[in-house]
Design a binder for this molecule. Structure first.
Ligand code: GLU
Ligand code: ZN
Length: 323
């Protein structure tokens, strides 16, 4: 039985790029007759806001996407909101520590602040050089006495230094975990759990079988597979869909306000037009006919999905709102 998920972070309004990735994850689950889970990834207290949670639920429903389990409709793996699952992340961290897979890190690097957010393409800093690996208990005590709090890092075991996997869309992949960030943090020094840990604990706990998401998260996959193995689980299959970029080739982000779904709606765009154009730009249908996502289930050819980035045409906001 296929179980897929939509995992938005309520740190801003959904934009066209999110709509594209979620449409594909939804379509994948529906074409497979699987179950779709909606999970709110709100573990970063500084960046997550309740109004964005409401906005995301509203925007997804406006697009015509539905889900079988989620924060609003519940399900067998509730709660579906990460801020309500902190005890599970704590337990996972304890299990990792008990097996000697983690160590405290007292480095005060700026990057430690942003760990609760998923590192989208190009956001990962240089590899951590392992400075605190093997710190003596006395050295840790000295740091603590000086008022410093430790982040927790995973020591990459030598047998997992290279991680190979088959991406369901991109084909064979191979990564060196040492090049992709090195020993990575699973908890920040302020106690906030890292995205990498939370997402793996939840994907395992919620029996997710397929992760369908934007290819800007491709390089997180080896770290997540490693954590799944260290936690005694089986990593799900991964399918990384092409990124949607604007006419200048930039990955859509929260700052591209005019391509937020709420902005498009206010400009008069109808959700059927948005779905039709997205499916057309991605190569799933031959014409940009306005349609409900449901209509794609019988007609869209996932095999025809374009592999390179999907570049939006100039002034696509006007195109979508019919102006
Ligand atoms: N919540 C993450 C984000 O918005 C995505 C998590 C995932 O799909 O693994 O970037
Ligand atoms: Zn350190």
């Amino acid at each position: 039985m296929i179980r897929a998920r939509l995992a938005p972070s309520p740190t801003g309004n959904l934009h066209l790029g999110n709509a594209w990735a979620f449409l594909l994850a939804w379509l994948f689950a529906r074409q497979a007759g699987g179950t779709l889970v909606l999970r709110m990834e709100d573990i970063d207290p500084a960046r997550s806001r309740p109004e964005f949670v409401q906005g995301i639920l509203h925007d997804l429903a406006w697009l015509g996407l539905d889900w079988d389990e989620g924060p609003d409709n519940g399900g067998p793996y509730a709660p579906y909101t990460q801020s309500q699952r902190l005890a599970r992340y704590a337990a996972a961290l304890e299990a990792l520590a008990a097996q000697g897979h983690t160590y405290p890190c007292y480095c005060t690097r700026k990057e430690l602040r942003s760990l609760a957010g998923a590192p989208h393409a190009g956001e990962l800093g240089p590899p951590y050089p392992g400075l605190c690996r093997g710190l003596s208990p006395a050295a840790c005590l000295a740091h603590e006495a000086a008022g410093r709090r430790a982040a927790v890092r995973v020591a990459i075991p030598p047998q997992y230094a290279t991680m190979a996997f088959e991406d369901g869309i991109l084909g064979p992949q191979e990564f060196s975990l040492h090049e992709e960030g090195g020993d990575f943090a699973v908890r920040r020094s302020d106690g906030v759990y890292a995205y990498q840990l939370a997402v793996v604990v939840d994907d395992l706990a919620m029996n997710i079988t397929q992760v369908v998401r934007g290819s800007d998260l491709l390089s997180s996959t080896p770290r997540q597979m490693l954590l799944a193995h260290l936690l005694g689980g089986h990593p799900p299959a991964y399918l990384h869909v092409p990124l949607l970029v604007n006419e200048a080739g930039e990955r859509l982000a929260k700052r591209h306000d005019s391509l937020a779904l709420c902005a498009l709606r206010e400009a008069g765009a109808c959700p059927r037009a948005v779905v039709g154009w997205l499916a057309f730009w991605g190569g799933l249908v031959e014409r940009p006919t306005p349609m409900a996502p449901q209509e794609l289930v019988g007609t869209a050819h996932m095999a025809a999905l374009q592999r390179q980035v999907v570049r939006l045409p100039y002034d696509c906001g006007s195109l979508l709102s019919g102006k």
